[in-house]
Each structure stands twice: as structure tokens, then as C-alpha cells.
Design a protein around this ligand. Structure first.
Ligand code: URA
Length: 238
């Protein structure tokens, strides 16, 4: 038995917060009965209708890997009318991004309608490594490099990168390229890490997520994950 709002969110229909609003506002029926109580528990045999959509019928699971371009937001809708990443994927299913890349960040983004896998991939306890390439304003000094390697407290919680490597220094433009791998997924975490050592990020790309790499995809290109890859992602759960 699971809480109704969690089951609705895991189906990929909408976020947990929006599911709670839909329940409270009288848009959700379980086995034909109107439910407005948030704590209600349901099981897999229950028929759940949300805004007239039968959730039991939207269960075909889809998994994609996208090379996200700049200028797209990782959300299901945007009140400012900006482009959203799900527009780039040709599907009738309600897929959503696993975690967020900033509007101006490019690179590997997983999208799925499988809430169970999304939860595994986003849960910090599963220690999933994400590798980014950042172009920085200014050249990272050795002192700053070691401060990053030792870990930096961001919003009260220490973030210790798994790897920091200076890939290139360009003295003419006073910029450098740094590879950085982290296991956590807090919003803007990479920009905050570099800001703590007084460098702003000019460009940011996520090159890999666990064993997946975006190298063979051009900007805006995507592909479905293979069954093997999905199985390997599930196996990351600790
Ligand atoms: N960290 C950031 O600062 N931005 C991203 O898009 C991802 C990680």
C-alpha cells in the first residue's frame, strides 16, 4: 500500500506537489469514489482516475537520454513561456526529466515516465556519479583546486567532489576548463562550488551520468535507453 499522491507522481502524470493539489481540489477518484484526503493509501489493483485520466492505462514505461541544448528548462511547464526539454522528445507519454539541469546548462539528461527509477536516480543515498565540464572565468589556482578537492560547505552541507581535474588553461582569454564529478544533485551545485572559490561558470555541460555518456549525441539529439541500460540503472539502488 502506498500513499495516493506518491502513486500519482510515480505514474509520471504530474509532480507530487501537484498531485496533492489535485487530490485536495477533488480531481481524484479511486475505484469510482472521490478522494480528497491526502493520506489515503492505495495498492496496485486500485483504479485511479485523475482529471478523468485512468492512471492504470498510462503505464507504458519509456526511458530517454537527451543531449540537452542551452535555452531549455527542465520542467513540465513554464509560466514564463520558455522552451521546455520535454518538447524535444517525440512521444505521447508524459515523460519528465530526472533531476534538473539549468536553463543554460547542456548535456546528459535522462527523461522517463518511470517514477520508481527516477526516485532511485535522484536519491542521494545511491551515490550516483555525475561528471561535468565547466568553463570558468579566470584560471583556477592550485590553492583553489585543493579547496575544491577537500570539499566545500554549500548552504550548510559539505559537498566533496569525487574528482576535480583542470583540463585546459587559456591565458589569452583568462579562462579554464575543469572536469568535476559529484554524487549529489542539489540545484546549481556546480555553479555554487565554483562561486565559493570566486570563479563564475561561463559554460556548463554534463558529460556523464553513472555509466551513461552523452558523447555520441549531438546537441538536441536523443535516444531511447536499452533494456540493459535500464536494468543497470535499477541496479544502482543501494
Ligand atoms: N550544477 C549547476 O550549477 N547547474 C546544473 O545545471 C547542474 C549542476
Amino acid at each position: 500500500m502506498e500513499r495516493l499522491q506518491k502513486v500519482i507522481a510515480n505514474s509520471g502524470y504530474t509532480s507530487r506537489r501537484k498531485a496533492e493539489e489535485l487530490i485536495k481540489n477533488g480531481y481524484v477518484y479511486v475505484n469510482g469514489k472521490l478522494i480528497t484526503e491526502l493520506g489515503t493509501k492505495v495498492n496496485s489493483n486500485d483504479e485511479i482516475m485523475v482529471e478523468g485520466v485512468n492512471l492504470n492505462k498510462i503505464s507504458k514505461k519509456e526511458y530517454y537520454m537527451l543531449n540537452k541544448p542551452r535555452g531549455y528548462i527542465c520542467s513540465l511547464d513554464d509560466e514564463k513561456g520558455r522552451n521546455i526539454v520535454t518538447e524535444l522528445i517525440d512521444t505521447k507519454e508524459r515523460i519528465y526529466p530526472v533531476g534538473r539541469l539549468d536553463y543554460d546548462t547542456t548535456g546528459l539528461l535522462i527523461l522517463t515516465n518511470d517514477g520508481n527509477l527516477a526516485n532511485i536516480l535522484m536519491h542521494p543515498s545511491n551515490d550516483i556519479t555525475k561528471t561535468y565540464i565547466a568553463k570558468l572565468e579566470g584560471i583556477l589556482t592550485m590553492e583553489e583546486y585543493f579547496r575544491l578537492k577537500d570539499g566545500i560547505v554549500i548552504d550548510g552541507v559539505k559537498c566533496v567532489p569525487k574528482k576535480v581535474k583542470i583540463r585546459k588553461k587559456t591565458l589569452e582569454t583568462n579562462t579554464c576548463m575543469v572536469e568535476i564529478s559529484i554524487v549529489e544533485g542539489r540545484n546549481h551545485i556546480i555553479k555554487k562550488l565554483f562561486a565559493s572559490v570566486n570563479h563564475s561558470v561561463i559554460k556548463l555541460k554534463r558529460e556523464s551520468f553513472a555509466f551513461l555518456s552523452v558523447k555520441n549525441l549531438k546537441s538536441k539529439e536523443y535516444r531511447e535507453l536499452t533494456r540493459e541500460e535500464v536494468k543497470k540503472l535499477y541496479a544502482l539502488k543501494k
